[in-house]
Write a protein that binds this ligand. Sequence first.
Ligand SMILES: O=P(O)(O)OC[C@H]1O[C@H](O[C@H]2O[C@H](CO)[C@@H](O)[C@H](O)[C@H]2O)[C@H](O)[C@@H](O)[C@@H]1O
Ligand code: UDP
Length: 463
Amino acid sequence: MRRLLLLSNRVTPLQTGAGNRGATGGLAVAIHDALSESHGLWFGWSGRIAESETERRLNTEEKEHYQVTTIDLTEAELEGYYNGYSNGVLWPILHYRADLMEYHSAHFEAYRRVNELFAEQLAQQVRPGDLIWIHDYHLLLVAQELRKRGVDNPIGFFLHTPFPAPEALTALPNHRELMEGLCHCDLIGLQTRTDLRAFLDYLRFEAGGKVLDEERIECFGRRLRAGCFPISIDPDGFAQAAAQVRNEARRRLLISLDGRRLLLGVDRLDYTKGLPQRILSYEHLLEHHPEHRRRIAFLQIAPHSRSEVPEYIHLRRRLEELSGHVNGRFAELDWVPLRYVNRGLSRSALAGVLRIASVALVTPLRDGMNLVAKEYVAAQDPEDPGVLLLSRFAGAAHELDAALIVNPLDYEATGEALHQALAMSLEERQERWQAMMEVIRAQDVTRWWRSFVTRLAEDAWEA
Ligand SMILES: O=P(O)(O)OC[C@H]1O[C@H](O[C@H]2O[C@H](CO)[C@@H](O)[C@H](O)[C@H]2O)[C@H](O)[C@@H](O)[C@@H]1O
Ligand SMILES: O=c1ccn([C@@H]2O[C@H](COP(=O)(O)OP(=O)(O)O)[C@@H](O)[C@H]2O)c(=O)[nH]1
């Protein structure tokens, strides 16, 4: 296998000593495997803040089979590039929330500079024959910057978020510049067929490109290819972790449930995840199906995320209000209907908690994939699996169509689907679970990275 140079904003090395691979983030495991096999290099932000540009450090760590190099960013770079532009502008646009975009040209300049900085550092490492794989919306301009520095190796890009329809993308002031930059890659990977179609539509109708098919695209004077590569998990590793974990968190949760059935949500605290709508659906369930009161408990795990971005602060307040409202309305002396927890769990603790949930609520308003949906399925006891309630707007719904598919904006219908989930027979639960597990096993995380890297290494575009 050719050497792989992988570039992402965050660098999350494999946690060694975790006991088994299922306990580490799926993406970290996949990247570890890809890099080990290719004796590659992973480059990204160190997670540290430098006092000034001159004081930034480049850190290199030798792993057993690959190298990890990270770079510090200054406070101002992080504010403009990460909080301001990546999360304050690109994130809402990519998730159809142009109304939440806070555009400042200075943030875009910081974004451009950090993309240049990453390209500058990476260009010094590139050898003939290397494959370069860039990840996510933080780094849309890196490929173009690498080309400017004479790098002509194959460059691939994978977008972890949705790719919005062209009408939504064009609300972004810099859309053309960013898409032109992106087209300096040879292969663009998207999560779903819908994302792929939207990307090709943009090139065709907005940028005047020529799209013969996904293998033969000409745009901005460049030739490239695109494809759909749904990201996934290591289902057997995760299932094993879920079945084996016997930790304190799981034990305490089981005691506190006292035989009640658990409804569970696990999401970063993000406005794309549909958390207010989910609480309103739960309220509908409690109001219209009072027989479930006292017999269930809804646990929403929502670790804080991107807390420097104003919209995330508003969301926190709204959720505190809503969860207080539902508990105030339905709680009894000895029953709390909704437990809203802002602390995250380790992967292995999470695996154990997912296993004991009777219903998982994965109801984002938009989500590139949503790995929690796949993890929930993998964590189930095959003899007595729970029910996955899944938003049609999660990338995962393209594969997991045996879940109970809902429109999260329709609180009443989602509340009714919750009722259906709680009443579902064992036979139907098993049938749905088997269908989903088959899909996840067939398209696991190893297949995800291998198919991308194999396609990237194939012969260049042919007319
Ligand atoms: O790095 P953060 O700003 O803390 O955010 C965490 C990650 O969020 C996004 O995740 C996406 O990737 C998942 C895996 O492909 C996918 O299932 C999910 O739907 C996406 O939202 C973001 O794209 C990552 O870059 C962030 O690291
Ligand atoms: O308390 C938590 C919450 C989430 N996760 C992990 O974080 C990832 C979230 O990925 P997903 O695709 O669902 O959404 P994202 O946060 O990337 O948008 C999943 O692997 C979860 O298992 C975790 O380890 N602990």
